[in-house]
Design a protein around this ligand. Structure first.
Ligand code: G1P
Length: 297
């Protein structure tokens, strides 16, 4: 019997060092992408896929995240008194997207450890993990597709994308067995951030996972790996190779737009792309951008 996935885990305890100094006092997840913080896109993505229970794994200096998803009565009253219903609706959206829960990851012991912090909240159901640094174009149904694969095959499902072979050392990297174009691939092995000459392929793991609850026991038994951290990739590898329980591991190949918003250049690209598509700003901003590119670059 298949169990419907209802819950999303969103690790958000990272220090954001690639973005200093702005992240000295502001969580990286709160950096604006046009007019919403990056984390809101991730929660919206989960809700669009039908996951209305989101657990944010946070740490010190992340209070702004809780404030963003909480009610702000003072601001709401001020906007209502002014009759500014559009802005009132905008602030209420972030409050009503999903039921948001929080758990703190006291020690920064890696992504695998962050996911393990969700064990009590998740219980014995399959669940999704969405990494806040990976912003998937909001029109792309990647997560919905992954949930469908999980319903059909059970086990774990990861998202993979083809990258330049020299770039694999920034990602988890998968060995897969071939599949028909419309079918998910079967993942046979995974390596966290391999050197390019040791990578099993150029298929990189991107930050969307649907995991079987057995992963928690696997994570508890996973020793620190790359960088001395407990790696989610290592735990999923043990499932994929059959060394641990959790069923099969399938991969959905993603060919849409994705931005690593923890990287300054890709963050700027995300802002420009989404600004061009924005319903209010889009056409005016695109016109300006075309003139700017033609005259000043
Ligand atoms: C994490 C994972 C890695 C994955 C990446 C995707 O790495 O450990 O396997 O490829 O996210 O963004 P991080 O970027 O947190 O170092």
């Amino acid at each position: 019997m298949t169990v419907t996935v209802r819950k999303a885990v969103i690790p958000a305890a990272g220090l954001g060092t690639r973005f200093l100094p702005v992240t000295k006092a502001t969580p990286k997840e709160m950096l604006p992408v046009v007019d919403k913080p990056a984390i809101q896109y991730v929660v919206e993505e989960a809700a669009t896929a039908g996951l209305f229970d989101a657990l944010l794994v946070t740490g010190r200096n992340k209070r702004a995240l809780e404030d963003h998803f909480d009610r702000n009565h003072e601001l709401a009253t001020a906007l209502a008194d002014k009759g500014d219903m559009a802005r009132l609706a905008a602030i209420e959206t972030s409050e009503e997207l999903a039921k948001i829960h929080y758990v703190r990851q006291g020690d920064p012991r890696g992504l695998g450890h962050a996911v393990l912090c969700a064990a009590a909240h998740i219980g014995a159901e399959p669940f999704a993990v969405l990494l806040g640094d990976d912003l998937i174009d909001p029109r792309d149904p990647l997560l919905t597709e992954m949930l469908e694969v999980q319903q059909e095959y059970g086990g774990c499902v990861i998202a993979l994308t083809e990258v330049d072979p020299v770039a694999v050392s920034r990602y988890g990297c998968a060995a897969v067995s071939p599949a028909k174009p419309s079918e998910p691939v079967r993942v046979t092995d995974l390596v966290e951030k391999p050197a390019p000459d040791q990578a099993p392929s150029n298929l990189a793991v991107i930050g969307r996972y649907v995991l079987a609850p057995e992963i928690f026991d696997v994570l508890r038994a996973t020793p620190p790996g790359r960088g001395g951290e407990i790696q989610l990739t290592d735990a999923i590898r043990n499932v994929a190779t059959g060394a641990a329980a959790g069923g099969s591991v399938h991969g959905v190949i993603f060919r849409g737009s994705r931005y690593d918003t923890g990287d300054r250049s890709e963050y700027l690209q995300a802002v420009v792309r989404l600004a061009c598509k924005h319903e209010d700003l889009g056409s005016q901003f695109s016109d300006w951008l075309k003139k700017f590119a033609a005259t000043e670059i």
